[in-house]
Design a protein around this ligand. Structure first.
Ligand SMILES: [Zn+2]
Length: 273
């Protein structure tokens, strides 16, 4: 009996919190040198840093991607602990903040930081951050601990299922996160479509985050219509559209979205129970 009460209490206290650190396309929004109305700029939800997410459970705290805006994002959200990083792919807008994670090496007791990526992305990271991969660990500097993703894996109390995605000539990884038998989050960003296996794996997920770059066709990202089709097939409790360009005005265009679908914005938080 006592054991059951403890087990139940433990189940109830399972925590899965996530924050949209950035909801913007590769250039961010506003785009350098572009003209905007004062109404557009007055809405903080139209200010989009590059796409990234922070996830916190009882056992692990990690980032998906390290954008060029990482330092700003982490300071804004007062994030003090990162135990690991997951990479979707190696386009500049997803990897260029990695060196700023040196602080987390220090905070974690002067230890290398585990980073998870598929082989292709890891190779690119090794090339871009060669000094960090090759040098011995030096206090105060960034040092990665590489983990190559080649199938489902575990991190803390999460089971993570990766999916290869179409994304131009590069490709990318999408992820489904499961915790204590619950499908918590599907993160399908930087993709031209959501494959059948990825759709099936995400069915019934609590939250889906989907690439919805812009309304018009693009060779390596989903359009709004493509994202809405994927959202319908997945049937998540809530769908957040991300990697957004300045074609969207958050408040103006939100009215046209179906129920349970919203535009992500920087700083959006969810606690899943
Ligand atoms: Zn990309």
């Amino acid at each position: 009996m006592w054991k059951e009460i403890v087990a139940e209490a433990k189940q109830k206290s399972v925590k899965f919190d996530f924050t949209i650190l950035g909801s913007g396309t590769s250039q961010g929004v506003p785009i350098i040198g572009a003209e905007y109305s004062s109404e557009f700029l007055a809405n903080p939800k139209n200010h989009r840093t590059r796409s990234s997410v922070y996830i916190e459970t009882n056992e692990i705290r990690f980032l998906i991607d390290t954008t060029p805006d990482l330092r700003t994002q982490v300071l804004r959200e007062n994030i003090r602990h990162v135990d690991a990083i997951l990479f979707t792919h190696s386009h500049a807008d997803h990897i260029m903040g990695l060196d700023d994670c040196r602080r987390f090496c220090s905070i974690n007791g002067h230890r290398p930081l585990p980073i998870y990526a598929n082989q292709k992305t890891m190779r690119d990271l090794e090339r871009v951050y060669r000094y960090a991969f090759e040098s011995p660990f030096i206090r105060g500097y960034f040092k990665p601990e590489p983990h190559v993703i080649d199938g489902p894996f575990s991190m803390g109390d999460l089971k993570i299922i990766p999916f290869d995605q179409e994304h131009g000539s590069m490709g990318s990884l999408g992820f489904v996160f499961e915790q204590a038998g619950k499908k918590r989050l599907a993160y399908y960003n930087d993709c031209k479509k959501v494959s059948k296996p990825a759709t099936e794996a995400a069915e019934g997920v609590q939250v889906a985050v989907l690439d919805a770059l812009r309304p018009m066709e693009h060779p390596s990202h989903m359009t709004l219509d493509e994202a809405l089709t994927a959202a319908r097939r997945i049937g998540a409790g809530e769908t957040l559209l991300t990697h957004l360009t300045d074609f969207y005005d958050h408040d103006r265009d939100s009215a046209d979205l179906p129920e349970s679908v919203i535009f992500a914005y920087d700083g959006l938080k969810r606690t899943l129970t």
